[in-house]
Design a protein around this ligand. Structure first.
Ligand SMILES: NC(=O)c1ccc[n+]([C@@H]2O[C@H](COP(=O)([O-])OP(=O)(O)OC[C@H]3O[C@@H](n4cnc5c(N)ncnc54)[C@H](OP(=O)(O)O)[C@@H]3O)[C@@H](O)[C@H]2O)c1
Length: 246
């Protein structure tokens, strides 16, 4: 029986841990060839091992997404060995702790914008030639509850996540008649290291496992939802609309 993402090549950032690792594994299980980006090589190896055990393929690339001068080299390394990119999933992120705006330090503010806003835009930009080679590529930005909810103390993280809805809309607006599409997904809170750091007062067991929202990413990446273009969607709504139980 053919798998849903057979012959698809999909790049996932943050694939060395947390949500990105689960998305990468879910794609591998469904037959995709995954290009996994992250800094931690042990984490990337674990992702690769898991995908290969599931019968999929995974190319691991240790890469710091805040090293913007290296993006050109990344593209050059891939352009001849990757025939096309059918998907690009932005799952990388980092966040230490909530801090009121009156106390946030400039370097933390700027680093937070770099990983959550500059990196997904610049990686999309540099990978666009590979995404153009696919029949109908899907680019997914990962936002959070701040996309529609004013919450205090999240400084640049909140601003970046709010902006990501506009990011997908702007990319799509600038590419209206192209087969590739851009959308932003709010996964909701899930049990990862980032969650534990950001919500030290909450029990991790109070939120679902990261793997519970993987079907929402797969739905956005699949041709079933190719009419969704430039939208911001919540994982729970998308899974309900696609009749996915979790
Ligand atoms: N967990 C939640 O409740 C929740 C809710 C809403 C949205 N989100 C969003 O979901 C995404 C994934 O979060 P998560 O909870 O899975 O976090 P996580 O468990 O901390 O994982 C973050 C991933 O991003 C990678 N990463 C961080 N900085 C990087 C850098 N400079 N270059 C390359 N990779 C980098 C990390 O790998 P390395 O350390 O190996 O680089 C790791 O693989 C984030 O965008 C987050 O904002 C999370």
């Amino acid at each position: 029986m053919s798998k849903r993402f057979e012959n698809k090549i999909i790049m996932v950032t943050g694939a060395s841990g947390g949500l990105g690792q689960q998305v990468a594994s879910g794609l591998g299980e469904q037959g995709a060839s995954v290009i996994a980006l992250g800094r931690n090589e042990d984490g990337l190896s674990a992702t690769q091992k898991h995908i290969e055990e599931l019968g999929g393929r995974c190319l691991c690339i240790p890469f710091d997404l805040t090293h913007f001068d290296d993006y050109g080299k990344l593209f050059l390394a891939l352009k001849d060995q990757v025939p096309h990119l059918d998907g690009l999933v932005h799952c990388a992120g980092s966040f230490d702790r909530c801090t009121p705006l009156q106390y946030i330090k400039a370097d933390v503010f700027r680093e937070t914008l770099d990983i959550h806003l500059t990196a997904p835009n610049m990686l999309t930009q540099i990978m666009l030639p590979l995404l153009r080679r696919a029949d109908a590529a899907s680019i997914v930005f990962t936002s959070c509850d701040m996309i529609e909810d004013n919450q205090n103390n999240w400084h640049a993280y909140g601003f970046a996540k709010r902006a990501l809805g506009y990011v997908a809309a702007m990319w799509q607006g600038e590419h209206p008649d192209k087969p590739y599409r851009f959308n932003t997904l709010n996964p909701g809170r899930v049990r990862t290291e980032l969650f534990k750091r950001a919500y030290p007062g909450l029990l991790p067991t109070e939120v679902p496992l990261a793997e519970s929202v993987v079907p929402a990413y797969l739905a956005l990446l699949s041709d079933d939802n190719k009419d969704l273009r430039g939208q911001t969607v919540n994982a729970v709504d998308l899974m309900a609309n696609n009749s996915i139980t979790h």
